[in-house]
Design a protein around this ligand. Structure first.
Ligand code: UDP
Length: 238
């Protein structure tokens, strides 16, 4: 497999074509951004940590029968993925209230959400990723109804697998965002899973171990990501 021209650079990852039209290379960079790219910093080792973290989580999801784009780890900061036709929507499941839910509905951070909530956001930086509903997705043709239903089902399935995985490591999976795409007509998870795109709290102390440390200027961002990995048994040195 040969890495070719860059297709685009996102806020934290770059995507490259390969000599196989069905495969792409993702490069995890050290760039860290928040607030729609208004706060940006380079955090040493972040690309490596998130790449290896993501590979570990993808293997757990695949073992549980959830189709993902992940193919192989290529280097410390690169992995090979299937090329999907992406749906421009973000699927968010919340087990505990935090972040925009608290701002929007005035509920207290830490409130247990039973059953967990499911939300959709349009992936559009210029509009600030507005919240949307299922009828918007159909009306504007962002995804076929059956594909959206499948993405929703898979997002909940991920919750069952990962809530248990993190709880085993003494952590609460507060919320997370996932994106999906189509590969040969099949709905496939086409996103990274790392502490950049989810919230994780220590189950006893409720200490934040995710990107909120960066958003809120709490410090020790990558050290916390590595601590999450260590609790899951990930060895970042191999
Ligand atoms: N999230 C993300 N990318 C986004 C927006 C949200 O990865 O563009 C994740 C975020 O890290 C959190 C979950 O989705 O785990 C819910 O985010 P929320 O709606 O609370 O927004 P925020 O408070 O991060 O603005």
């Amino acid at each position: 497999m040969e890495k070719r021209q860059e297709l685009y650079a996102g806020k934290a990852k770059s995507v490259f074509y390969t000599d196989d039209p069905d495969k792409m290379v993702l490069v995890f960079r050290d760039d860290t951004s928040a607030f729609d790219g208004k706060k940006v910093e380079q955090l040493d080792r972040k690309g490596m940590v998130n790449n290896k973290f993501n590979a570990f989580i993808m293997s757990k999801l695949q073992e549980a029968g959830i189709p993902t784009h992940f193919e192989a780890l290529l280097s410390d900061t690169e992995c090979l993925v299937k090329r999907l036709d992406m749906m421009p929507v973000e699927c968010v499941v919340r087990n505990i209230a935090a972040g925009s839910l608290c701002r929007r509905l005035g509920v207290e951070e830490g409130l247990e959400l039973n059953p967990p909530t499911f939300e959709l956001f349009l992936k559009d930086d210029a509009l600030g990723d507005p919240m949307i509903n299922e009828s918007h997705v159909t009306t504007f043709g962002w995804a076929a109804p059956e594909h959206l239903q499948k993405a929703k089902e898979l997002t909940y399935q991920v919750n069952d697998v990962l809530k248990a995985l993190f709880l085993n490591g003494g952590m609460l999976l507060v919320d997370y965002k996932l994106e999906f795409g189509l590969f040969n007509g099949q709905v496939v998870l086409g996103d990274e899973f790392s502490p950049d795109g989810c919230r994780l709290w220590d189950s006893q102390t409720k200490e934040k171990l995710d990107k909120d440390r960066f958003r809120q200027g709490l410090g020790s961002v990558i050290e916390s990501y590595e601590e999450v990995g260590r609790r899951l048994g990930i060895d970042f040195n191999v």
